[in-house]
Design a protein around this ligand. Structure first.
Ligand code: R5P
Length: 327
């Protein structure tokens, strides 16, 4: 009976990894208990990519796992070409799984004569042939509206909050501090779940050159351990400013939490020099060994493989994903 019902749905799970996140994809496959599917990815001398599947996916439920992190355009094209290859091989359903979505910060026209590139990326994923998407911690929830296909916009903060509940046992009077007002609503939810007070940094970005300036704290951090929260660390400017500002205002130990370790330019060096006790992040993006070494045992990486593995399993079986989070 179960087999018959599954035949009517989308077939068996077929997991394909892009080259940006093979260790994470392998962990997801291990969680589900299936192997990753074989595929050949070749880059020609002219930088054009060629992809070939090792076996047929006709009638199967396919998942392309790819973080569109650095090298952004190569990783993006690899994912799009993989999706199209699956479509042309008559997959029954294709889901683009993006642990990290590039261009998510380009989500509105906030200056004259600028693009909305996150919308373009969403369009490209659909045009390539994806039927669904799974994305972790979108920079802004509204980006879901750029897709015409259904999807699951997940957050790694469920996992990070469980970790913080453990760490909190050794903290002194902790307070959650949001690095900017853009993250304020999510910071409030985190503070509520941890049963601790909340503070915000009012930050203003002046130019497009990735430099940010932390201005002032709304709330109290003096004599508190501080749980700093954000969605990503890119150049590290916002976070290092936040750490220094909190310290200047009398914060005790600082626990920095962020989902996506984008780590552009010399972010790891800057973080290594900043007076934070712990940097807690996830494996949505592979952190280069050099950066891992720089941060040493002040770096804690939580895996999102179980989250993604369970959601893929549920998407295939037609089981609620919201129930995982009591939603
Ligand atoms: C900004 O709106 C985001 O939430 C992050 O604060 C930002 O992307 C971090 O960028 P950077 O590390 O370059 O300051």
């Amino acid at each position: 009976m179960l087999n018959h019902r599954r035949d009517l749905m989308y077939g068996d799970i077929r997991l394909f990894s892009g080259t940006s996140c093979e260790p994470l994809s392998q962990k997801i496959a291990d969680y589900i208990g299936i192997p990753l599917c074989g595929r050949k990815i070749i880059e020609f001398a002219n930088e054009n990519l060629f992809i070939q599947l090792a076996g047929s996916v006709r009638g199967q439920d396919c998942y392309v796992i790819q973080s569109t992190s650095r090298p952004v355009h190569r990783n993006l094209m690899e994912m799009l070409i993989l999706i199209q290859t699956l479509r042309l091989d008559s997959a029954a359903r294709i889901t683009a799984v993006l642990p990290y979505m590039c261009y998510a910060r380009s989500d509105k026209k906030d200056q004259p004569r600028v693009p909305i590139t996150a919308r373009l990326v969403a369009d490209m994923i659909e045009v390539a042939g994806a039927d669904r998407y799974i994305i972790v911690d979108l920079h802004a929830g509204q980006i879901q509206g750029f897709f015409n296909i259904p999807g699951d916009a997940l957050t790694a903060y469920h996992r990070m909050i469980s970790n913080l509940i453990e760490l909190k046992k050794d903290m002194f009077d902790p307070v959650v501090l949001s690095t900017d007002l853009g993250f304020a609503k999510r910071a409030r939810n985190i503070a509520e779940k941890l049963h601790v007070p909340l503070a915000f940094i009012e930050k203003r970005r002046l130019k497009n050159d990735s430099k940010a300036e932390a201005l002032t704290v709304i709330g109290d951090v003096q004599n508190h351990d501080v749980i700093l929260v954000d969605d990503e660390i890119d150049t590290g400017g916002s976070m290092v400013n936040a750490i220094n500002l909190a310290k200047k205002l009398g914060a005790r130990d600082i626990y920095v939490n962020f989902v996506h370790p984008v780590f552009s330019a010399n972010a790891a060096e800057r973080l290594a020099e900043a007076p934070a006790k712990l940097y807690i992040t996830t494996d949505t993006i592979e952190i280069p060994e050099k950066s891992r070494n720089l941060l040493g045992d002040r770096l804690m990486i939580l895996s999102i493989s179980e989250l993604l593995g369970e959601v893929i399993h549920r998407a295939n079986a037609g089981i609620s994903v919201g129930m995982m989070f009591n939603e």
